[in-house]
Write a protein that binds this ligand. Structure first.
Ligand code: NAP
Length: 257
């Protein structure tokens, strides 16, 4: 079994969905985990069921809060070795109805939030005593970072930006032994997806079940991706054997991309 014993992973958006699955998987592999989100309750509930885990309330769109977040994580478990920038949100609307506030919300949480998270943690990742292996940044992007979808232009633009950020940082940090990748899930069974399905049902007059069947057809495997499948990919990227994998955008989508 892959082991992350002695490693400290910071996971943003850990209170639900994909972030919770990643936190559980990295913790099971032996990492101490710092769990970040805006709501304390789900983070505390999760931390209570894991080994070495700390809940940290922070909004990743705030520069000040991301600095406090890293300081709190560092205080709890020492320097951070692994950053999983997963916090995100998806709002949909036809482009003609996208106002500047909608655009800004999507860029803020999905792109700027990941930038602020990575930058705040950088001094820990680049510390001299860290050795040459085992330091990672994983951005949870989306298949929307690799192809276009209707009615989510700001989300798609933000996730494409996130893939670009991963590629650029991978090039810049490779000499220091830090591997940086983007993981790109397809439609994954989480509260975010079910809120989108409710929205589709509301705006098209279809039932939630019909909307679900239509979205599942986009995945050649005819199903939703499970959060645990995304988490297993993240775990693999964090293992010693994946040290040479950097600057990649890895689709976890049943073959959709
Ligand atoms: P989710 O269940 O809604 O989880 C998103 C998490 O992010 C929540 O725990 C939320 O907690 C946190 N969050 C949101 N805004 C935040 C902020 N400003 N600061 C700190 N935390 C924040 O959604 P999910 O499906 O697991 O999504 C996780 C990531 O995967 C996102 O980046 C999403 O874009 C990506 N993704 C999802 C899918 C999918 O189909 N589900 C597909 C591709 C990519 P709080 O509300 O407590 O802050």
């Amino acid at each position: 079994m892959a082991t992350l014993q002695g490693k400290h992973a910071l996971v943003t958006g850990a209170g639900s969905g994909i972030g919770t699955a990643i936190a559980r998987t990295l913790s099971t592999a032996g990492a101490a985990v710092s769990l970040v989100g805006r709501r304390a309750r789900p983070l505390r509930d999760l931390a209570a069921g894991l080994g070495s885990a700390t809940a940290i309330v922070a909004d990743v769109t705030s520069e000040e809060q991301t600095q406090h977040m890293v300081a709190a994580a560092h205080e709890a478990h020492g320097p951070i070795d692994i950053v999983i920038a997963n916090a995100g949100a998806a709002e949909s609307a036809p482009f003609s109805k996208v106002d500047l506030a909608h655009w800004q919300r999507m860029i803020d949480v999905n792109l700027t939030g990941a930038f602020l998270t990575a930058r705040a943690a950088l001094p820990d990742l680049t510390r001299k005593a860290a050795g040459t292996a085992g330091r990672r940044i994983v951005f949870i992007a989306s298949t929307a970072g690799l192809k276009g979808y209707r009615y989510v232009a700001p989300y798609c633009a933000a996730k494409h930006g996130l893939v670009g950020l991963a590629r650029a940082l991978a090039a810049e940090l490779a000499p220091q032994g830090i591997a940086v990748n983007a993981v790109c899930p397809g439609f994954t069974d989480t509260p975010l997806l079910h809120a989108s399905l409710d929205n589709i049902a509301r705006t098209t007059g279809r039932s939630h079940t019909q909307a679900e069947a239509d979205i599942k057809r986009l995945n050649p495997q005819g199903r939703f991706v499970r959060p645990e499948e995304v988490a297993e990919t993240v775990l693999w990227l964090c293992t010693a054997g994946a040290q040479a994998i950097t600057g990649q955008a890895i689709s976890v989508s049943g073959g959709e991309v």
